[in-house]
Design a protein around this ligand. Structure first.
Ligand code: PLP
Length: 119
């Protein structure tokens, strides 16, 4: 979806694949690519779609602490997860944005409604 949106908006997009087998973030590659390409936003889907796993909290903290732009955590599937939402950490990170949707747990995809929260 981010690829589609960036193409429609004519915005550059860099994809960094998750690590094989464990489906976790490749933090070094994300930070390198974002620096080399002067990225402004990093999108992280956690819990991830379609693998369903949570991204490692330390990895996300590492990115939040070492990237100058916005770090957007897509929590579309947060209601099905055991962990606390990243909205509980907004006070700690000025560059953290958490987005959610009414399409999944609320079953309201027709409403085309979502939200973004940040400090
Ligand atoms: C479904 C979904 C969304 C949001 O979908 P909308 O219906 O456009 O609100 C966002 N991110 C992920 C990972 C999703 O699975």
């Amino acid at each position: 979806m981010y690829e589609h949106a960036s193409r429609v908006m004519n915005i550059g997009l860099i994809e960094v694949m998750l690590k094989e087998e464990i489906f976790q973030l490749n933090v070094d590659e994300i930070l390198k690519q974002s620096q080399d390409n002067a990225a402004k936003i990093i999108f992280i889907c956690s819990p991830n779609n379609p693998t369903g796993n949570l991204m490692d909290e330390n990895d996300i903290e590492n990115i939040l602490n070492n990237f100058d732009g916005l770090v957007v955590i897509d929590e579309a599937y947060q209601d099905f997860a055991e962990n606390k939402s990243w909205t509980n950490r907004l006070d700690e990170f000025e560059n953290l944005v958490v987005i959610n949707t009414f399409s999944k747990a609320w079953g309201m995809a027709d409403a085309r409604l979502g939200n973004a929260v940040c400090k």
